[in-house]
Design a protein around this ligand. Structure first.
Ligand code: AMP
Ligand code: MG
Length: 328
């Protein structure tokens, strides 16, 4: 039970305190030129899990990772010539690139919601840049509001929406743009607009040539951006939910105290029954269990409260994804 969120001024001491708080795995809300972001160390699964917990999101969507500049971004994602041209024109600024994660990428898997891609952006707001420089690493930050509410453009909105769930708010006054960043997908030869924002479709096409508008899926087509439902990470082998027992050749994913006995291949998302720890481990553990030596992953019941809802949402999608594609 924390007290009211700690609102701090953006001077040298304030930014230093905020950077130290990020370093210790805490949450800091900070201003960007678009909206206030709810930030955490993007390399720290537990810290990123706390973002989802604070926002009370019913599902895991991939988050935008904030960096200082193109060099910092290119350590994390595969940035090609198109990205370089866009960054030269619009960074720092309200444009996010979705690109493949580099094989040696040190980012949390939760930040990508298990996908092999990551959204990167260099914000222009001087306080955001101060914070990134002082912190010295990538910061995951979705808008600093409870799920379903509008994005906050003022410190007071953040405090109102998140209350005590945010440890610290860096006060930078009102946000200039008030619109979310534009999101462009650079993972394939055909660049695609995933979200409208402050940088327009026309501005992007001026630099890149034709950019597909994927913000609204064509009839009968699956939406591309996880923000709008999307392609979700799912294991290649089937996932069996609410397992009460384990069948031969199944790998087991459990939570809390377990009554399954000892298994060759069994991972516990959180032996202590801590849902934040479970969320932090989810994608890494699914990947570990997703091997050709098993026929399926049996998943023990997980409480459907708090972060458990987002965990169960993803597991259900994983179970359904396989049912959908199985006949092919
Ligand atoms: P937020 O971080 O909540 O401001 O929103 C992030 C936006 O970027 C959402 O619309 C996501 O769908 C999109 N996004 C982030 N990461 C990815 C990714 N790896 N692939 C596709 N879209 C992404
Ligand atoms: Mg939002």
């Amino acid at each position: 039970m924390g007290g009211p969120a700690n609102i701090i001024r953006g001077g040298h001491d304030g930014v230093t305190a905020a950077a130290e708080h990020l370093q210790s795995g805490g949450l800091v809300a900070f201003p960007t030129e678009t909206v206030y972001g709810l930030g955490a160390d993007a390399r720290d699964n537990q810290a990123v899990a706390r973002i989802f917990e604070a926002k009370n999101r019913p599902s895991f969507n991939p988050l935008i990772v904030h960096v200082l500049d193109f060099n910092a971004a290119s350590v994390l994602g595969v940035l090609d010539e198109r990205a370089r041209r866009l960054a030269n024109a619009f960074w720092p600024g309200p444009l996010s690139f979705v690109v493949p994660r580099r094989p040696d990428c040190e980012l949390s898997l939760l930040v990508s919601a298990g996908l092999d891609t990551v959204a990167l952006r260099a914000p222009a707001h001087p306080l955001a840049r101060d914070l990134l420089a002082r912190f010295g690493g990538p910061v995951a930050a979705p808008s600093a509001n409870t799920a379903g509410e509008v994005s906050p453009t003022h410190t007071a909105h953040v405090a109102q929406s998140l209350g005590t769930k945010v440890d610290m708010i860096l006060d930078g006054g009102a946000c200039a743009v008030g619109l979310e960043s534009t999101v462009i997908d650079l993972c394939s030869d055909q660049p695609a607009l995933l979200r409208h924002g402050a940088i327009t479709h026309e501005q992007l096409e001026e630099l890149l040539g034709p950019v597909e508008d994927a913000t609204r899926p064509a009839d009968g087509e699956a939406p591309r951006s996880p923000g709008q439902l999307a392609r979700h990470y799912a294991p290649r082998i089937p996932v069996r939910l609410n397992a009460q027992d384990v069948e031969p050749n199944e790998a087991l994913l459990t939570f809390g105290e377990t009554t399954f006995g000892e298994f060759d291949t069994s991972l516990n998302l959180s032996p202590n029954g801590d849902l934040t720890e479970a969320a932090a481990n989810l994608f890494a553990f699914l990947r570990q269990l997703d091997t050709a030596t098993h026929h399926a992953i049996a998943v023990a019941p997980i409480p459907d409260t708090g972060l458990g809802r987002a965990i169960n949402d993803r597991l259900r999608r994983a179970a359904e994804a396989h049912t959908d594609t199985h006949n092919g």
